[in-house]
Design a protein around this ligand. Sequence first.
Ligand code: GLN
Ligand code: ZN
Length: 768
Amino acid sequence: MVLATNLGFPRIGANRELKKAVEAYWKGKSSQQELLATGKELRTRNWKLQQKAGIDHIPSNDFSFYDQVLDMIATLGLVPERYKWSGGNVDLDTYFAMARGRQQGGVDVTAMEMTKWFDTNYHYIVPEFEKGMKPKLSSTKIFDQFEEAKALGITTRLVLVGPCTFAFLAKNKGDGIDQHKLWDGIVGVYEEILKKLSAQGAEWVQIDEPMLVLDLGEQARTGLKQCYARLAKAAPGLKILVATYFEGLRDNMQTAFSLPVAGVHIDCSNRAPHQYKDAVSIIPEGMVLSLGLVDGRNIWKNNIHQSVEIAEFVESHIGKDRVMIAPSCSLLHTPVDLAHEDALDPAIKKWMAYATQKLDEIALIKKGAEKGRAAIQKEIEASDDVQEDRRTSKRIHSDAVKKRVAAITPDMKKRKSPFAQRQKIQRAALKLPAFPTTSIGSFPQTQEIRKARADFKAGTIDKAAYNTAMEKEIRHVVKYQEDIGIDVFVHGEPERNDMVEYFGEQLSGFTFSKNGWVQSYGSRCVKPPIIFGDVSRPEPMTVEWSKYAQSQTKKVMKGMLTGPITILQWSFVRDDQPRSDTSRQIALAIRDEVADLEKAGIKIIQIDEAAIREGLPLRKEDWKQYLKNAVEDFRITSCCVADTTQIHTHMCYSEFNDIIGAIGDMDADVISIETSRSHMELLDAFVEYKYPNEIGPGVYDIHSPRVPGTDEMVALLETAAKVIDPDLLWVNPDCGLKTRGWAEVEPALKNMVEAAQIMRRKAKSAAA
Ligand code: GLN
Ligand code: ZN
């Protein structure tokens, strides 16, 4: 029999119940009992929902109060020294201290590092390996939750972050770590877990090994094989499903299918649409193939017809009883329930499916695969209608946009003159001092600003009142910059709630949900914009604000835009065309804005590309094409201006080493980057590669409430001046200031301006 299965369900709750419960607990507003009860209620609700939808393999242990990798850290007892954990089972407060740090009763301990889970916007806690760590089963969560579901009459498929992926993602902290022993101990705990689960009556366990979609060396492959040889022996009666997702297996396919396990899950979404064909040709006799047909990372309805066809193809090769229907990855990355969206355009809503709807799709595909297409003829027709509707919808397809993309010419991707020439022209026109000072765009978003925006959105104040409030704020920011002597001004972005949403709301082809929340980290959720159609810009989006700001000062005002890759990366995107087609359309839309800003007299325009690095494909062999497109998109966006107009870009990271060439190819006149936290160590990239244009390595860490001193910033600038020609250096904070308060920003920027002045004096006296 074909099985309907799920890899994981969002735990946050349709109304973000988990977020609210966890935050109340953190604030001391609710008890641990209450938090545990909310957790149980959410799990129960999700299990029953999946049962009702007809899912045969319902996951457990996909629930977490913070993060599934952190849960595994606790389960393995790998609590770093600094948390002063006394052994035994890891208690909830130690658990949250690892997630968020703890500053309480004389204890001051930092949180564990957090980073993006593969190429998603979900952040996991990075396991830390320390000398002397001894893995030991230190949590009963797994077994409790399995039992909890069993009490409801559901034998779940328990989900574990795989040991190999866990170790692969871990970071060594300090020397003297006995890797071999540590690894042996970790696998030992997994063996123990499997034995216990088997004794509890588990039939299947799902072990997630997404590392199998990455570039691996022989050593990693061997490690995988040895590890699973041990796990397979630990509990012979328990069936292991190794789950891979987010990409195709490619050169690791042989490794995956040679593991001594009962089944392998593969991603069949548009990230690896054809790998099922290779899989059926190499899968060993008796092994089950789990087909990730329903996209776990997007919000579009499945093409049921096509999915059933794939399932039939696979069945014809390996037989029905060896096929599972599944989402491509855990549904964690999609919002919970479309039924709660009452404000979406119905014409668009009918193309969409959230996690709850995706369960029905999985059950439906199973039915088709099991009983034949005729059994779901009506549903297939309905699905075909949706596909046809999207293929032909005037809401999605704009001839004008498509024609414009087709008409892009090489000269649209090139500034009129090379940088050296532009630099001369711009220096003559802008007359900036050496070490020019500027900021990244936003200034503190005060209560007052947020309220004005919210009131305007809610309709309690009119456009005129709203404009008055924003203009007052802009004047305030301008006056402040004048007072402290900044060289290149910004207007402060008070009108923007978010750097992507602000543009998405004004571009055609975007829509916004009311409740499309997805967990980003811990209790943090994001509501990504939805790009459903061809993108264009009906009218200017930022020009009036920039013009107004410029009218308030004689200093040069920098226009502020978000770039195409960042807009793409932080949205739900179309699945009916390649991502690069969508970003190309966005590039043209933002290009229009650049041209209009220039026409309105704005002489410097910054285009933020905060997300270029995180958009890098998982496989290195795909990087070249991605970077080529990203560079071209940036150039299309920015190259419409005259030589006199200075283009800036900003990136929120400094690990450039592997993409620095591409960053150079973007040919922005000035780039600002994050470096202050690492004391400029990360400027390493600039030692080997001579970045050709001007650059502002951040000297003020805006992620911390600390006010940096003048000397400290001078020291950072001097460090930078060792690897970057001082003539090319700008002085700026390392990101926007919107999350900071004025009390911190005022003295910090004042010190920053002073630091620039000191650098200028030093340079002068050195020259004399
Ligand atoms: N211009 C944006 C700001 O200053 C940039 C934010 C970012 O890079 N994340 O807020
Ligand atoms: Zn930034």
